[in-house]
Design a protein around this ligand. Structure first.
Ligand SMILES: Nc1ncnc2c1ncn2[C@@H]1O[C@H](COP(=O)(O)OP(=O)(O)OP(=O)(O)O)[C@@H](O)[C@H]1O
Ligand SMILES: [Mg+2]
Length: 277
């Protein structure tokens, strides 16, 4: 959803005509989660999750440590299956296709849904080869095309000007904030629809954090972004909607402004005002 549409919707809310959060129809829904439950062995980590994530929005997931934020994010690209004891029930559909179904090709999902982690994790390769890695795996060998993808991805992650003269240098020589933007560029190179970000700025200084926040605002024009954050100000600054998780449940999911100014549930209020977590 464009900023304009968000504003239009907010006007409608203000006029009292429509409750935008409860009126999310199925159009523009990128991930629809229904009655999702997940267990790690005996640990019931996600409980009856129902969430509709909208396209071209930034959705923030907040909540105290251990409440299931990362687990939920990793079910969206099925990375959670790498843990052998995991069992799920319920449904997640990505653009109408049921992704938990074993017949759904997980490789297809991973090219549509990119992920950025808490700690920047560039490969021990050159800046260029970090970005070209995914496209090469997808069979692109043409040097001119790869050059174009590398430049476009680095520009998209607002790091091109900082690295354009050192593309052959090892990515480990970049600062932490630059490495994180490089990892975002690497994700963009596979042209996903959705970018999952798990606390992408928690290892960064305030200046690099602001750069990533600005970048997220830019990226939502073309991508749907789901970001886990412990930073309330960050969620308030950059997200359109916020889901508050607690003990494996979604306590509240609404327009970010509502979550931070007039939450429905007292537990949300307690959390955002720093009373626990
Ligand atoms: N690989 C695993 N095996 C067993 N239990 C796990 C595993 N990963 C997570 N859990 C458990 O699942 C629950 C949710 O964990 P998760 O990592 O999703 O929380 P989180 O909200 O991301 O926390 P944090 O804010 O600390 O990152 C916790 O009880 C955790 O101990
Ligand atoms: Mg986590």
């Amino acid at each position: 959803m464009s900023l304009l549409t968000v504003k239009e919707n907010m006007v409608m809310v203000n006029n009292g005509n429509i409750d935008i959060a409860s009126s999310i129809a199925n159009n523009n829904v990128v991930f629809d989660t229904k009655e999702l439950n997940l267990w790690y062995g005996e640990t019931h980590a996600l409980k009856d999750i129902n969430l509709k994530i909208k396209e071209n929005e930034v959705t923030a997931i907040i909540g105290p440590s251990g409440c299931g934020k990362s687990t939920y994010l990793k079910t969206l690209n099925r990375m959670v299956e790498l843990v052998p004891t995991v069992r799920t029930t319920g449904e997640i559909s990505y653009k109408g296709q049921s992704i938990l179904d074993k017949s759904f090709k997980v490789e297809n999902l991973r090219t549509r849904v990119g992920m950025v982690f808490q700690k920047p994790n560039p490969f021990p390769k050159s800046i260029y080869d970090n970005i070209a890695y995914g496209p090469r795996i997808h069979g692109i060998r043409n040097k001119k095309i790869l050059d174009e993808i590398v430049e476009k991805s680095l520009r998209g992650a607002y790091i091109w000007d900082e690295v354009k003269d050192r593309l052959k240098e090892n990515a480990y020589g970049l600062s932490g904030g630059q490495q994180q933007r490089l990892c975002i560029a690497r994700t963009l190179a596979i042209e996903p629809d959705v970018i999952l970000m798990d606390e992408p700025t928690s290892a960064l200084d305030p200046k690099s954090t602001l750069k990533i926040e600005d970048l997220v605002q830019e990226l939502k024009k073309d991508y749907s972004i789901i970001i886990v954050t412990h930073n309330m100000q960050q969620a308030a600054r950059i997200s359109d909607r916020t889901a508050f998780f607690l003990d494996g449940e979604v306590v509240e999911f609404d327009v970010t402004d509502t979550i931070f100014t007039k939450p429905n549930d007292s537990r949300t209020e307690d959390y955002i005002s720093g009373r626990f977590g």
